[in-house]
Design a protein around this ligand. Sequence first.
Ligand SMILES: Cc1cc2nc3c(=O)[nH]c(=O)nc-3n(C[C@H](O)[C@H](O)[C@H](O)COP(=O)(O)O)c2cc1C
Length: 197
Amino acid sequence: MARYFVGITGASGHAYARALIRALLEAGHEVDLAVTGAGEKVLRHELGLARADLAEPGVRVFDADAVEAPPSSGTALTGGVILCPCSMGTLARVAVGFSSNLVERAADVALKEGRPLVVVPREAPLSEIHLENLLRIAKLGAIVLPAAPGFYHRPKHLDDLVDHVVGKILDRLGVEHSRGARWSGLDEPPTERGIER
Ligand SMILES: Cc1cc2nc3c(=O)[nH]c(=O)nc-3n(C[C@H](O)[C@H](O)[C@H](O)COP(=O)(O)O)c2cc1C
């Protein structure tokens, strides 16, 4: 059993965060999480949830301002930090070590301690600033795993797309899971329609 820190920011794609938390709990792990101020607005807009609604057994929810919380220190062991979804703002601040809140500080700690940091950016199109920041954190050791699901597994529901990204995050963390179909090669063309349009 390990404890993972999930930092939820003001980028779109909170369904990924919710599915990630659920998958980590299902795998027997514990989750610490914090939601930025912008993240709280998007969480309410996209999922109709408040930060407090994410609290459940196995999950510790911290205020984003709680820089005194355990995830702020490298002495508090974690299996890794996941910024999901990661805004371009948080990305930029992590890329320069700004650490202005618990989400950014937890990412900073992962980098300095050499622990897994998975960044799940969501923005389109990407400016040169965004691309430079993504390259910068990749060079610093972060895993850049865009919220860009594939369609080759022929998704039928939105959950299939969400799980495709979540499964890849879990793979990079070494967490066993059954999220997202694994590629087994080309087969016959589909006989039924794909995702509902
Ligand atoms: C509904 C909504 C969706 C947003 N989607 C994105 C997004 O996908 N990517 C992004 O970088 N910013 C997005 N933003 C803007 C960020 O929330 C904004 O830049 C914020 O300052 C980020 O703060 P944070 O990094 O502290 O969470 C969105 C804002 C709103 C209200």
